[in-house]
Design a protein around this ligand. Structure first.
Ligand SMILES: Nc1ncnc2c1ncn2[C@@H]1O[C@H](COP(=O)(O)OP(=O)(O)OP(=O)(O)O)[C@@H](O)[C@H]1O
Length: 230
C-alpha cells in the first residue's frame, strides 16, 4: 500500500452478470501524478477506471479517495464527489449537442449552482487557454474531433478537479491531433496540479504519462513496484 496515495483501489472485483471484468485489481495514484492504464482490448481497463471514478461500485474490494472510503458512499454522495472532485474526458459523445461550446464548458459549474455570469466567464477563460475562444458560440456538432476533445478538456478542468479520468481521449482522432490533445491535457493538468488517469491503447499517449500500468485479465499486472516509471 502506498501511504501518500490520493486515490487507490484495493483488491477490487467487478462483473457484468457472469462476465468478470475486473478481478482483484489494486492500483494507486499519488496527487499530481499522470498515470496511463494500458492493456489488451477487453482486459477490464474501462471498468477499472469507472470503479476508480465512482461511476461503478466494485462487487468487492475497496476504493479510497483522499483518505475517505469511496465505494461505500451512497449514490448521492458519490455523485457529489464526482461533480466536485473529478473531471472526465471520454472518447466521444460527452458534449451536449443542444448547447454551445461555452454552455458545455460552463455546465459543470452551473450544476454546482454557480451564477450564470461567473460560470460563463470561467468557461471563456478556459476556452481562451485551449485556443478555442473564437468557437464559444458554436454548437458542438460544428466542431472537428480535435476541437471537440479540447472542449471536453476545458469542461473537465473548469471545476478545478483533483483528478481527471480520461478513457481513450484520443481514440477517435488521427495520431497527430491525438498527440496534441494529450499534450494539452497533460500540460494543463500539470499547471493546475491535477492528477490524471488515462486509459489508452496508444503507446505515444502513454509516453506522456509519469507511469504506466498494464491491465490483463482484469488484474493490474504491476500496481505499485515495477510499473514503468518515467
Ligand atoms: N455492459 C457490459 N455488459 C457485459 N459485459 C461487459 C460490459 N462492458 C464490458 N463488458 C465485458 O467486460 C470485460 C472488460 O471490459 P472493459 O470495457 O472494461 O475492457 P477494456 O480493457 O476497457 O476494453 P477496450 O480496450 O476494448 O475498451 C470484457 O470482457 C467486456 O466484454
Amino acid at each position: 500500500m502506498i501511504a501518500d496515495a490520493l486515490l487507490r483501489a484495493e483488491n477490487i472485483t467487478r462483473s457484468y452478470g457472469n462476465t468478470p471484468a475486473v478481478r482483484a485489481a489494486s492500483l494507486s495514484v499519488t496527487a499530481g501524478e499522470v498515470l496511463a492504464i494500458m492493456g489488451p482490448s477487453g482486459s477490464g481497463k474501462s471498468t477499472l477506471l469507472h470503479c476508480l471514478a465512482g461511476i461503478f461500485t466494485p462487487d468487492s474490494g475497496e476504493v479510497w479517495f483522499d483518505g475517505r472510503r469511496m465505494d461505500t458512499l451512497d449514490d448521492a454522495r458519490r455523485s457529489e464527489l464526482r461533480r466536485t472532485a473529478f473531471g472526465f474526458v471520454f472518447q466521444f459523445g460527452q458534449l451536449v449537442p443542444e448547447l454551445t461550446v461555452t454552455e458545455n464548458v460552463a455546465l459543470p459549474l452551473l450544476l454546482g449552482r454557480a451564477k450564470r455570469k461567473d460560470a460563463h466567464a470561467r468557461a471563456a477563460s478556459w476556452l481562451e487557454r485551449l485556443d478555442l475562444a473564437k468557437l464559444g458560440g458554436r454548437h458542438t456538432g460544428e466542431l472537428s474531433g480535435g476541437q471537440a476533445q479540447r472542449v471536453a478538456i476545458a469542461r473537465a478542468l473548469v471545476t478545478r478537479p483533483r483528478v481527471v479520468f480520461a478513457d481513450e481521449p484520443t481514440g477517435a482522432l488521427d495520431s497527430l491531433t491525438g498527440e496534441h490533445v494529450m499534450e494539452l491535457l497533460v500540460g494543463l493538468a500539470r499547471e493546475e496540479g491535477v492528477t490524471v488517469i488515462v486509459v489508452t491503447h496508444d503507446a505515444r499517449v502513454a509516453a506522456g504519462a509519469d507511469r504506466e500500468v498494464v491491465v490483463r485479465d482484469g488484474k493490474v499486472t504491476d500496481p505499485y513496484a515495477t510499473g514503468i516509471v518515467r
